[in-house]
Ligand binder design. Structure first.
Ligand code: NAP
Length: 303
């Protein structure tokens, strides 16, 4: 029986595990993919206080090692179900394992949103990517297109503009939601062309991507030949497996109060997976600490 099981080893989950370990509680972290969550793909972080310019990979690795050094138990298994009884909480994984705990912290983050177009899945890895810092190097002096208008899209386009010969940025509205500083940096680049009020309606290619068709708000269509398509249209929470134990909002985010309590006693949610306004590294780590502290109080009360 663990005191707490933390689901997700991104910044929120790893922070929670650090706080639980330091309080002497026995906890288990279960992660479906790799540690670090979304920051693992961020080349340069400059908005985490005290760490000016750090790579996401380095910061995530430091968090992971810090948690391990403090005694965190981290396993790579995907949680497929949670059973909540009066006595205990049972977490079931894709490996068929069952782990029992007094409290749970859900910190599963988000998954990249798809365009859901024909050929998207088939050509992923063959010209379609969801991570510029992972795949950008393949497009030296080539033509790429970034779709989206948030921080990820603008940062991806900026990164790619130093590698590719030409970068199109296609966005469905006429203004970006990304921060002004990064957007202005991108606007200064000579090899970047902005296409506003437009969406991708078709992806063409057999073995690899060849072109996309875009449609503007007046229904005009045009085809752009490209070597690479970077889809950066946000993310969706990965909470489908938890909807039987906690309340979700209409977009699938876990509803919590400001202390990360969900609708179920003893189950807390932290980071991008919960409903909130600002999803950033700093708010994820903040949530991790709060959720752990609340879980510790809950466990102590049980005892
Ligand atoms: P995001 O902020 O949710 O932006 C998603 C973008 O994709 C929006 O511009 C949205 O358009 C567009 N979009 C959504 N669905 C679409 C669809 N089906 N077709 C076409 N376009 C679509 O996502 P994000 O950029 O991945 O950022 C996620 C969070 O991480 C944000 O809070 C962001 O600030 C943060 N982040 C921070 C940093 C940093 O601080 N360095 C870096 C990366 C991300 P609309 O604008 O019209 O809604």
């Amino acid at each position: 029986m663990y005191d707490a099981i933390i689901i997700g080893a991104g910044p929120a989950g790893l922070t929670a595990s650090i706080y639980l370990a330091r309080s002497g509680k026995k906890s288990l972290v279960l992660e479906a993919k790799s540690y670090g969550g979304q920051i693992i793909n961020t080349l340069d972080i400059e908005n985490y206080p005290g760490l000016n310019h750090v790579s996401g990979f380095d910061l995530a690795t430091n968090m992971y090692n810090q948690a391990k050094e403090l005694g965190a138990n981290i396993l790579f298994e995907k949680v497929v179900n949670i059973k909540n009884t009066n006595k205990e909480k049972i977490v079931i994984t894709d490996k068929g394992n069952e782990y029992k705990s007094k409290a749970i912290i859900l910190a599963t983050g988000n998954e990249k949103r798809k365009l859901n177009l024909e050929n998207e899945e088939k050509l992923t890895g063959c010209g379609i990517s969801y991570c510029a810092t992972c795949d950008g190097a393949f497009y030296k002096n080539k033509i790429v297109l970034v779709n989206g208008g948030g921080n990820t899209a603008i940062e991806d386009a900026l990164y790619l503009s130093d590698i590719a010969s030409k970068v199109y940025v296609v966005h469905r509205r006429d203004s970006f939601r990304a921060d002004v500083k990064t957007t202005n940096l991108l606007k200064e680049k000579d090899n970047v062309e902005f296409i506003y009020n437009s969406v991708i309606t078709k992806i063409n290619g057999n073995e690899k991507i060849e072109s996309v068709e875009i449609t503007d708000k007046d229904n005009n269509q045009k085809t752009i030949n490209i070597d690479g398509l970077f889809i950066a249209i946000g993310a969706i929470p990965e909470n489908e497996n938890f909807k039987n134990v906690v309340n979700l909002d209409n977009s699938g985010y876990i509803i919590t109060n400001e202390d990360c309590h969900t609708s179920t006693k003893g189950i807390f949610a932290a980071g991008d997976t919960r409903r909130k306004d600002l999803r950033q590294l700093v708010t994820a780590t903040n949530d991790g600490a709060i959720a752990a502290n609340e879980a510790i109080k809950y466990i102590n009360n049980l005892e």
